[in-house]
Design a binder for this molecule. Sequence first.
Ligand code: FAQ
Length: 331
Amino acid sequence: MYGGGYIFDEPNRRQQHDEQLHDDPEKLQQFEARITAGAKIEPGDWMPTEYRRQLTRLIEQHAHSEIMGALPEGTWITRAPGFKRKLALIAKVQDEVGHGQLLYNAAETLGKRREAMINDLLSGKSKYSNVFNYPAETWADVTVIGFLIDAAAIVNQVANAKGSYGPYCRALERICYEESFHLKQGHDAFIELATGTAMQRDMVQQALNRWWQPIMHFFGPPDKNSVHSEKLMQWKVKMASNDEMRNQFLDAYVPKIWELGLTLPDEQLRKDEAGRWQYADPDWDLFFKVINGGGPCNAERVKVRKWAEESGRWVRTALMHSTHARALPVA
Ligand code: FAQ
């Protein structure tokens, strides 16, 4: 399906080697002791096969989310209100694609080739974030994405940047700096609408109503149904559980929404005496439908990515040729 000709064509010998070692209890014990002591694991270090597999899955999904995440906002570049907002949105969309690049690089250090990752995205084998399968119907939707989805992503990424795998943590640190700018521009645009005319306030309220459930889904299923959290937290890949991250997000951002006089479409939403947020259980059947390809925009998003891969093939081919040409010995 994908024929770009990337340079990572060698079979991954390290992975094959590790597969032979993954049952070695002594190595596993040393590995876990390093993680407990707070050491960073680097690509050349021994790691259990399951650690490599889980990290590849998670980083790859994250990379796909960044490039798919550029699509709903990208369609608004020409329609953003005014030159300043257009410039900011161009920069943001460009950054998101750059984050995808950083994350694919980090995933490649674990042995999976880039073209295999892209193929898995395009065939539907790999997942990407649920939130990018919804349409951005109005400019207010773009402000909700820039404010609240970037905020949700930051909560997750700031925590996981302190995790155990060096290349992923370093990528996340850089991504977080840029995401903080995205959050500022999203917040600014959101406030502008929320404090604007009655029609603007109504637009932002409608967008909030549309996006609230996907945002609650963003942090993943409740802890009791999370498949991977226990192992990933033990290995310090995830630094907090799905419910803890969701709670942190609610704690930081619900007050900011309420103080603008806006409402959230959940009558049970409140903070209890123990300081934890209570909320109506989001529709988890819908969540699983969306992440498995059945959301309102999944087919459209994948179609655009396929078009981009096919239309960009000549650029990759030209780059490969020029790299080979430069590598030829001078006569
Ligand atoms: N969407 O066992 P768990 C961004 C899947 S970046 C889709 O709890 P885990 C930037 C999960 O894969 C946004 N699938 O899973 C931006 C698993 O399925 P599998 C992305 C989801 O991995 C902003 C199954 O459910 N951020 O937004 C989701 O322990 C604005 C069971 O779940 C990251 O990727 C979901 N929301 O925890 C760009 C951060 N949640 O693979 C543009 C890194 C769960 O077994 C504009 N990732 N699933 O078939 C993570 O921290 C974790 O992967 C979680 C999920 C927390 C997302």
